[in-house]
Design a protein around this ligand. Sequence first.
Ligand SMILES: O=C(O)CCC(=O)C(=O)O
Ligand SMILES: [Fe+2]
Length: 318
Amino acid sequence: MGIPLIDYSKLTSPNNAVREKEIQFLDTACREIGFFYLINTDIDKALVKRIMKAAKRFFDTPLEDKLKIDIKNSMNHRGYGGVGEEQLDEVNKADWKETFDMALDLPADHPLAAKYPKMYGPNQNPSDPVVLETLHDYYVTAFSVAQNLLIAMAEALQLEKDFFTKCFKNHVTVLRMIHYPPRPNDDHDNGAGAHTDYGCVTLLLQDDIGGLEVKHRNGEWLQATPMEGSIVVNIGDLMQRWTNDEYVSTAHRVRASQTGVHRYSFPFFVEPDYETTVACVPTCQSAEKPAKYESIYSGDWIQSRFDATYAYREKESA
Ligand SMILES: O=C(O)CCC(=O)C(=O)O
Ligand SMILES: [Fe+2]
């Protein structure tokens, strides 16, 4: 029992036997726990160092500067979210974290932004060019890792290799930076409440502090202890739905940092084009196991999950 390790260099190996064996391990991980460490990726140490520094630089700027790109002023959920803005777990206290979100940067008058203004449109960028350049570099690298991973998942599910990747022409993949400040008092241990992710897969880069926990199906919370040189990958709700519950989207949470400790993490939420029809993949249904879910646009699904999570959006629609 534990969070398995998957080797990206093997998943992308030109040697068929090596690749196929690792794809089997990947398939098992996605079915049994929906979480794994991905090692030997193309995200090099220098880039990890740069993004860690960029996050500190960004979150260390005065609140009034960060609020110039307040996510509340963004139609399409881009920019800075202050502490208490998000509450993932309805029962617990508000998440003790601040965030920054960016995605594909489209002008407000782009046809997709006009059609789906809550999902497409402009970013609200940090003013520091070094931070911005670093985020772009990381986004491009993480996206290529994600695409290769989705190719491997398609192979694992015995689908055409481009079954998933062909749905990423105008995708809504989000790079988020998170800063977990020290907990405000001893009994506020909620960094991020228990939740599942909405999209296809999430690639998470974390620093060496720790705090991420994954709910095993036996009910125990497993620590996703930081492992240098790795990222933590998990299956999201959209992928679970797409695969007729064969691949599982597993709950996870983050314990708030101890006094004096700051944690930084970087989830990369891999989400396809809005108008991707998510209907049960052909290899996940049979006479014995018919498709459980109606087909739906990926964007409509993700949108409905967003609306349920964000305090300010609920107030907006109340
Ligand atoms: O910060 C982490 O380790 C996880 C964050 C997370 O699960 C999320 O933002 O969805
Ligand atoms: Fe998450």
